[in-house]
Write a protein that binds this ligand. Structure first.
Ligand code: HEC
Ligand code: HEC
Ligand code: HEC
Ligand code: HEC
Ligand code: HEC
Ligand code: HEC
Ligand code: HEC
Ligand code: HEC
Ligand code: HEC
Ligand code: HEC
Ligand code: HEC
Ligand code: HEC
Length: 264
């Protein structure tokens, strides 16, 4: 874009000069168009840019883009690549920029009319595409715009799915699922046990009612990080009772019965 600034200044200075030059040669009083003239005939375009032009209002002028005007010239509509060099960013190599960015309001986009925005999103958000590829799920078959109807916004899970229990909020969903790899269930050590209990009623009930010390532990403290991880008793307790006893009864649960409702 630095390059443009120089070019922009050159264009801004040269175009009127060239036009003025042409006018003089014809020895006719043709006055070159200036930016302030456009509004006399193109009220809508000027209004649109002033309201919604973003950097196309602040960083460039009408004449930076519209180098010539009919009938004097035919180079009336600029190619985006004139300033957004395809060599600069992968995003600038896409075709039909205008399906998303109308140049007079470049940030107001309507994805609903575009068949698939995914390839374009991935030019800037490679990581989300990577996640979908590495951990295939039914979300990977959805176009990004199914959940991101406008740039930077996301629908909540609950707009498409029933929660596992009535109390579960959208923030809870994200504690276990990542939107772009939803079938991989991972969570932090401080995950509230009630969230597991929505599917595992028996374990949750047993643990809640045991008088023994396991009752004070969170599910996620033992079932660490990833769904279906099952811990070994000895990881935390070693072999506490002496070798002879453990070789005779190798299974701790022969005596302690249930990790969620220990017998002691
Ligand atoms: C006196 C009225 C008038 C002024 C002032 C004027 N235009 Fe136009 N403009 C027209 C008309 C009329 C057309 C349609 C010409 C045609 O289709 O042959 C047009 C067409 C255009 C087009 C469309 C060209 C195309 O190929 O479709 C652009 C872009 C444009 N003007 C930009 C500008 C800009 C930028 C300015 C200010 C620097 C400006 N005009 C000032 C009357 C004006
Ligand atoms: C960043 C470049 C850029 C700037 C700045 C810009 N335009 Fe345009 N303008 C375009 C492009 C590209 C098109 C063609 C859009 C299309 O293909 O539909 C266009 C189309 C037009 C048209 C014809 C179609 C329409 O939308 O009415 C007019 C008139 C026009 N511009 C006037 C202006 C005026 C007046 C300004 C300044 C207030 C301006 N433009 C600023 C890029 C620009
Ligand atoms: C005459 C040069 C010029 C042309 C032609 C041009 N742009 Fe730009 N555009 C700029 C500049 C300069 C910026 C501001 C860049 C920055 O600050 O990094 C910009 C910014 C943008 C932005 C970001 C807007 C914002 O408010 O953040 C978009 C989107 C964009 N351009 C799309 C386009 C598209 C699509 C086209 C072709 C239809 C186009 N531009 C044609 C010069 C141009
Ligand atoms: C499928 C829709 C889509 C298409 C097609 C598209 N863009 Fe974009 N573009 C976006 C989105 C979304 C953003 C991010 C906007 C934001 O950050 O608010 C963006 C941002 C930009 C920006 C500002 C950020 C930056 O990195 O400079 C520019 C400039 C831009 N696009 C230019 C272009 C050009 C040039 C083309 C064509 C070669 C193009 N876009 C095609 C959707 C699109
Ligand atoms: C030109 C590059 C570009 C393109 C194309 C682009 N984005 Fe972005 N996107 C960004 C940047 C930069 C941010 C960070 C903006 C911020 O932090 O404010 C962002 C942020 C986001 C966010 C998060 C906002 C937040 O608050 O955390 C989402 C969601 C998003 N983009 C989705 C998309 C989708 C979907 C597409 C395709 C339609 C897309 N983006 C296309 C550059 C792009
Ligand atoms: C726009 C609607 C939509 C949104 C928003 C949405 N999903 Fe989905 N999700 C789907 C569809 C469609 C499927 C596939 C259903 C099917 O085929 O049975 C799906 C499937 C899933 C699956 C099963 C994945 C698999 O491969 O079996 C999980 C888990 C899931 N979603 C979780 C979530 C979570 C968590 C969120 C929020 C971060 C969310 N979804 C947001 C539409 C959505
Ligand atoms: C099934 C719905 C769904 C689909 C499909 C989807 N996303 Fe998302 N995405 C979300 C949700 C929900 C969030 C918000 C997560 C949060 O708030 O932490 C999000 C967040 C993001 C973010 C912000 C950063 C992050 O990773 O949390 C980006 C960027 C993003 N999505 C890009 C994409 C792109 C690119 C695609 C298409 C390849 C896509 N998304 C497809 C639901 C979806
Ligand atoms: C405590 C972790 C946890 C939380 C919180 C959680 N999920 Fe799940 N979710 C899972 C597990 C584990 C599975 C896989 C169950 C299986 O293997 O059948 C699953 C499966 C799913 C599925 C696919 C199977 C089905 O039931 O259709 C969807 C969709 C889903 N979750 C959506 C959500 C939504 C929406 C939320 C938030 C309201 C949410 N999840 C919150 C752990 C969680
Ligand atoms: C959406 C419902 C759902 C949620 C929420 C859920 N699970 Fe599960 N869980 C299941 C299903 C379904 C199975 C498979 C049952 C089977 O194979 O018989 C399962 C199996 C398990 C297993 C057994 C693995 C094995 O190999 O025997 C453990 C341990 C487990 N879950 C722990 C948890 C923990 C801890 C949480 C909270 C982080 C949790 N689950 C949240 C549905 C869920
Ligand atoms: C992730 C670590 C972890 C795992 C795995 C684990 N425990 Fe524990 N266990 C604890 C902690 C922590 C305590 C409480 C210790 C204290 O407060 O002194 C405890 C206490 C106990 C107690 C004493 C209860 C009481 O109230 O005095 C028994 C018996 C016990 N565990 C047996 C088992 C058995 C059998 C298994 C396997 C089925 C098992 N534990 C798996 C961490 C674990
Ligand atoms: C002290 C550690 C510990 C805690 C706390 C704990 N578990 Fe377990 N859990 C285990 C161990 C060890 C096993 C394996 C038992 C076996 O080998 O049969 C297990 C097995 C399971 C199983 C599969 C067998 C079954 O009973 O259905 C599920 C499901 C399960 N736990 C869910 C939970 C849930 C939900 C919580 C929280 C409410 C929880 N666990 C808390 C240690 C724990
Ligand atoms: C033959 C039955 C039996 C087997 C097998 C067994 N235990 Fe025990 N365990 C007991 C009894 C009985 C107690 C209560 C002893 C007491 O309170 O002094 C106990 C107590 C404990 C305690 C609490 C110790 C304390 O100081 O409070 C832990 C922890 C424990 N067992 C872990 C295990 C582990 C881990 C295994 C498997 C590697 C295991 N046990 C196998 C019978 C058994």
């Amino acid at each position: 874009m630095k390059k443009f600034t120089v070019k922009g200044i050159l264009i801004a200075c040269l175009v009127p000069l060239v036009m003025a030059g042409a006018a003089q040669a014809a020895d006719n009083a043709v006055v070159p168009l200036e930016n302030k003239d456009c509004v006399k005939c193109h009220v809508e375009a000027v209004r649109d840019i002033n309201g919604n032009g973003g950097k196309h209002q602040t960083a460039v002028t009408c004449l930076d883009c519209h180098l010539e005007h009919p009938p004097m010239g035919t180079n009336t509509i600029p190619a985006c690549s004139m300033c957004h060099d395809p060599g600069e960013k992968k995003h600038f190599t896409i075709e039909n920029c205008i399906t998303c960015h109308y140049p007079h309001h470049p940030k107001q986009m309507d994805f609903s009319k575009i068949a698939s925005v995914k390839p374009v999103c991935l030019t800037c958000h490679a990581q989300e595409g990577q996640e979908m590829e590495t951990y295939p799920s039914k979300h990977a078959a959805l176009d990004c715009k199914e959940c991101h109807t406008a740039h930077g916004q996301a629908m909540t899970c609950n707009e498409c799915h029933e929660p596992h229990s009535a109390e579960m909020t959208y923030a809870d969903c994200l504690r276990c699922h990542k939107p772009h790899m939803p079938s991989v269930v991972r969570y932090a050590d401080d995950l509230p046990s009630a969230l597991c209990g929505s599917c595992h009623e028996t374990a949750a009930k047993n643990l809640a009612s045991t008088p023994l010390k396991h009752g004070a532990l969170l599910c996620a403290y033992c079932h660490k990080s990833q769904h279906k991880m099952v811990p070994e008793c000895s990881t935390c307790h070693g072999l506490p009772h002496g070798e002879a006893m453990h070789s005779k009864f190798p299974n701790c649960l022969d005596c302690h019965l249930d990790p969620h409702a220990l017998a002691k």
